[in-house]
Ligand binder design. Structure first.
Ligand code: DLZ
Length: 158
């Protein structure tokens, strides 16, 4: 996290990234909403602190992480959207549901990104339990929503 921020500062100081006119769409899964809400807050704060305008950040909610891909596609196909950030949290269970959801969203997000030639960021936590999730959603391991936002900004510099 710290190194990701440092690297982003490097980009900013070299004026390689100006996101003041970029439009970001953030797709947020409602499952485990305490976690995904924190991821969203982290992502938005990071975008704002790096120059994005609040009015240029669009939030769309989908029921679960499985639906992130379609949500991302609907936003990525909009010409005005520059980057899409997908945020979800799939908690490992005793069934294979976890694997199916994670595989589906990973492939789905990748496909949307390549199809529309835009950054579509995989900000999905895959923890073993709620505590591990919260540790990564503003807790002791930082906020993966921040990292997802930083990744989107970096990809816009390509
Ligand atoms: C069904 C389900 C389960 C068991 N667990 C999660 C989860 O931990 N995180 C999450 O984002 N979504 C979960 N879902 C819901 C699926 O993502 C999806 O919404 C449903 O299977 C309907 O397509």
């Amino acid at each position: 996290m710290a190194s990701a921020l440092k690297n982003l500062s490097d980009y900013s100081s070299k004026n390689l990234v100006d996101i003041s006119d970029k439009i970001f769409a953030v797709v947020v899964a409602e499952w485990n909403e305490e976690v995904t809400g924190s991821l969203y807050n982290g992502a938005v704060q990071t975008l704002l602190s790096h120059g994005a305008k609040q009015e240029n950040i669009v939030k769309v909610e989908v029921p679960g992480s499985f639906e992130l891909s379609l949500g991302a596609q609907k936003l990525a196909q909009r010409e005005d959207v520059d980057a899409v950030i997908c945020l979800g949290c799939v908690i490992q269970g005793e069934t294979r549901h976890f694997d199916f959801i994670c595989d589906a969203v990973a492939h789905g997000v990748t496909n949307v990104s390549l199809k529309y030639d835009k950054p579509v960021i995989f900000g999905v936590l895959t923890p073993e339990n709620q505590k591990q999730a919260m540790d990564r959603a503003g807790g002791k391991h930082g906020n993966k929503g921040d990292e997802a936002a930083i990744t989107a900004i970096k990809m816009l510099a390509l």
